[in-house]
Design a protein around this ligand. Sequence first.
Ligand SMILES: [Zn+2]
Ligand SMILES: [Zn+2]
Length: 403
Amino acid sequence: MKHLPLILAAIGLLSTATAQKKIPSSYRTCIESSDRRTEIITPQVMGYNCYKADLHVHTSYSDGCVNPSGRVIEAWYDGMDILAITDHYESHGGVKRFFKVVAPYNKNKKPTRYIAPGSSKMPENGIDPGLKVDFNAIHKEAAASNIRHNYGMLIIKGCEMARNKEKLGHYNAIFVKDLNSVYAFELKEAFKKVKEQGGLIFHNHPGDVSRYETEWHKDVHNSGLIDGVEVANGLRYYPQMVNRCVERKYFMVGNTDAHGFVAHRYTVNGCFRTHTIIFAKECTEEKVKEALLERRTIVYSGGDLIGEEEWLSEFLNASIECQLVSESSKGDNRTYTFTNMSSYPYHLRVGRTVHVLESFKTLAIPFGKDKKTGKLMKPTFCADNMWAANHTHPTIEIKIDKK
Ligand SMILES: [Zn+2]
Ligand SMILES: [Zn+2]
């Protein structure tokens, strides 16, 4: 065994090399970046861009569980272009909880209590004896987060107002310049203050239309204080209110009204978060406000699209590229291809057959002769996942694209 010393030396060198291997102090287990926004691809419609907006969310300063910056981050990840932070003017569970946490250590320091404007503890004269929440600061936090992350979204100043004791309903005020000064004990007076600042008001999660036929409701409508209605709130839509919007020329919006985490409600269901598609030239306060006043919107909720028939038809036509690909030798049948160039799937029905046209997919569909008229049918569908007035699906002819 004359080689034994050499073998032992080699083993020694190996173990020294193992011992000297540099072990990193930390090691990334997942190499993928998490900074990935879901883009919701939409066509240009009648020369307008489509901006995706959520105009109703709550933060931890009222009764939500996410802070303003968190709401901005969520919205960007979900493909939103516009976000309005609209905390309740009347309930601030988050602020109350904060005072509960700090109170034991600040017994002799003020403020130590909070009374929300409009709450049952509020004196009849409407003068708040407690601490007020600075609504503008909530907006500032959200706007600063948008800038810090370079998201480039449009963050709109807003709040939600309600007088629950009187059951008048909940209303969102948006595009308000100074949120702190729009409170008034009488809701109608608060609406007037919003209007004086150039703000818009829409009716939230309305439900049955008969609840809103009181003299007070007629008065605020006749005074021109209501501009729109939230026809979809979360995963619920209000068919009666679509009719009301058409009759009274209110704009339609759909929002999450998020209190909890948005992903818990929508991502797990495989749909986008509820949002309003706004048709505007630019994503600026001025142009978005103009679009709302001209009622250039449709609403997305749980895979369905809700709005005025004209806009639904324009939107579907802009989303789908249609080509005539073949005609039978007898001339009694034509086949068209339909390519969905948007992120929204469409459920297109001909008779009893529903064609699910998924995003960025093409379907070839034959159209024969109409049994009644004997004429070749045009590429026309009943859009089963669209809702227009009277809780009906619109019937939409798809224009053939010229190559
Ligand atoms: Zn509400
Ligand atoms: Zn709300």
